[in-house]
Design a protein. Structure first.
Length: 535
């Protein structure tokens, strides 16, 4: 039986693993380019100087350096007047930077892992993996008995870089099935190459996940904790195509991962893996918004939305969940024959639309599933009205983790806005001024205001933290991983307070009793809000 202290410690290990998945390739790319050496010799320098000196794409370089800030090795100061960022090396960074070459084998393993889970682990990948296993046991030569804070932090990063892809590979291929988790098993029961697979099991046993007797393995409570949270690694690992391309993104062609016209499959992310990974977390947030949906659909019928529109419907999971809640837990559910529920799934990705349509048909749920762009609510409103006789403003508009992933649109106003955000934002490699990012979000909300004033915009959103705060709370937050995956892929996550402030400025005020944040403290990186129109 795990104690609360055990669970906190293991949860902290997952956060450190996620840190490692993004920090290892970032740190190695900056080391190989000479950036970290320059910072050792020039303890204080500006982004513009580094970009010019190393011919770097300043937007992605800024993201990379901010990751080092979040790990406690650099300190940043955003210079608003100069439109620049200043970075200062601290004592922790001075100790950590010379150790960055030890990330090399772990990053080589990550490059092999890009092929997972569709491809099995190749012989070449196993050679690299075995070398990682061996060197990990020897602390990668850092020291025989790691006791320096930076040594331990870097070794935990390497552990995460090794474990993350393995956990996702095993999880997506059914290894964490109840059969294996509740009974003893042998390597040959699961894998055609038991000798190679046994090496993976032995490494996980070395980490303390399994008990081993002769050639038989069994999950222990620690291993069950990690296995049951395998999806926690999925989203970060799904961005390995991006994370293993940082040499080129930062110092070469920033458009290398752009999808060409006519291509369906994205280059920067493994979308199937991303959906698998996000599914576990999203179910937690879905439960948190049930009370909002129940309240809205328990009102008098003339005060209820005619239905729900899910922008960025993905695989249709939210629409299925919402329909189930309304049908079984609200007064509207008892009169659906008389007052049918209009469900609309909208997505920019045509593959997602196909999946949503198939899943809703399978669940025997009537819905319209159409293409739409979150940046064009006017077009969406026209399409719904003209083609289906549905008014966008008569629906409850819902989106989950989507507004930060809208296609970048420069603000129409020339007004200069001073930002309070600590974020690092880029578009196609170029650094975006934080004030522009805030203004763009404001204009985005203003576009949506006419369509959500009456019934509101129910929104689950992802947020960043100040890197200084993240650095003070290593192993207590996944913020570093979020900042990396989203920063290098042109997504714009703002701090919670700023996000809500900008929404209110656009005339969309959070309904206080429905507001939630996760975790419920200063380290919150996810929020739930029902934004309603105000005059």
């Amino acid at each position: 039986m795990l104690t609360k202290q055990d669970k906190d410690r293991f949860r902290g290990a997952i956060f450190s693993h996620l840190d490692g998945l993004v920090t290892a390739p970032t740190a190695l790319a900056l080391h190989n380019a000479g950036i970290t050496g320059y910072l050792i010799n020039n303890e204080k320098t500006r982004l513009s100087t580094l970009s010019q000196e190393f011919n770097a794409n300043d937007g992605y370089l800024n993201v990379g350096l901010r990751i080092l800030c979040s790990q406690g090795w650099l300190e940043q100061e955003i210079l608003h007047k100069e439109k620049d960022v200043e970075f200062r090396l601290n004592e922790k960074g001075r100790k950590a930077f010379p150790l960055f070459p030890v990330y090399e084998e772990a990053v080589a393993w990550l490059r092999q892992s890009v092929l997972f889970p569709k491809n099995k682990i190749s012989n070449e990948a196993f050679v690299i993996l075995e070398r990682c296993f061996s060197n990990y046991r020897d602390s990668f030569g850092i020291t025989n008995h790691p006791n320096e804070e930076e040594d331990i932090q870097i070794l935990k990063h390497i552990e995460g870089a090794i474990v993350g892809p393995l956990v996702v590979y095993l999880g997506m291929n059914g290894f964490f099935h109840k059969y294996f988790m509740e009974a003893s098993f042998r390597a040959q029961e699961y894998h055609r190459d038991p000798e190679s697979f046994k090496k993976i099991l032995d490494f996980l046993a070395y980490l303390g996940w399994f008990s081993k007797k002769n050639e038989t393995y069994r999950f222990n409570p620690m291993g069950l904790f990690f296995a049951q949270r395998a999806t926690a690694y999925g989203v970060t690992v799904s961005y390995l195509p991006t994370l293993t391309s940082l040499d080129e993104l930062i110092f070469g062609d920033p458009l290398i991962l752009n999808t060409n016209s006519g291509e369906e499959e994205e280059r920067h992310v493994h979308r199937e893996m991303n959906v698998w990974g996000s599914g576990g977390a999203h179910s937690t947030y879905f439960k948190s918004i049930d009370s909002i949906i129940i309240d809205l659909f328990n009102k008098p019928i003339d005060e209820q939305p005619k239905g729900i529109l899910d922008m960025g419907c993905g695989n249709g999971a939210f629409l299925q969940h919402a329909f189930d809640v309304i049908e079984n837990q609200t007064s509207r559910g008892r009169v659906l024959d008389e007052y049918p529920l209009f469900l609309v799934g909208v997505d920019f990705n045509t593959t997602a639309l196909q999946v949503t349509r198939a899943n809703l048909i399978k669940a025997d749920i009537w819905a319209k599933v159409i293409w739409g762009d979150i940046g064009r609510p006017d077009k969406l409103a026209t399409d719904l009205s003209d083609d289906y006789g549905i008014e966008l403003s008569e629906l409850l508009n819902v989106r989950t983790f989507l507004d930060h992933n809208r296609i970048w649109e420069s603000p129409s106003t020339g007004e200069k806005r001073k930002s309070d955000s600590s974020g690092a934002y880029a578009y196609q490699g170029e650094r975006l001024d934080n004030g522009l990012v805030e203004q763009s979000l404001l204009e985005h909300f203003i576009k949506w205001k006419p369509y959500v004033e009456r019934f509101g915009l129910l929104i689950i959103e992802l947020h960043t933290l100040d890197p200084a705060l993240t650095a003070q709370n290593i192993s207590k937050t996944p913020a570093t991983a979020y900042d990396a995956t989203h920063g290098f892929s042109d997504q714009y996550i703002l701090e919670i307070e700023l996000f809500e402030k900008i929404a209110a400025e656009a005339g969309l005020t959070p309904v206080e009793r429905y507001s939630r944040k996760f975790p419920d403290n200063e380290l919150a990186t996810v929020s739930i809000n029902l934004l309603k129109g105000t005059n």
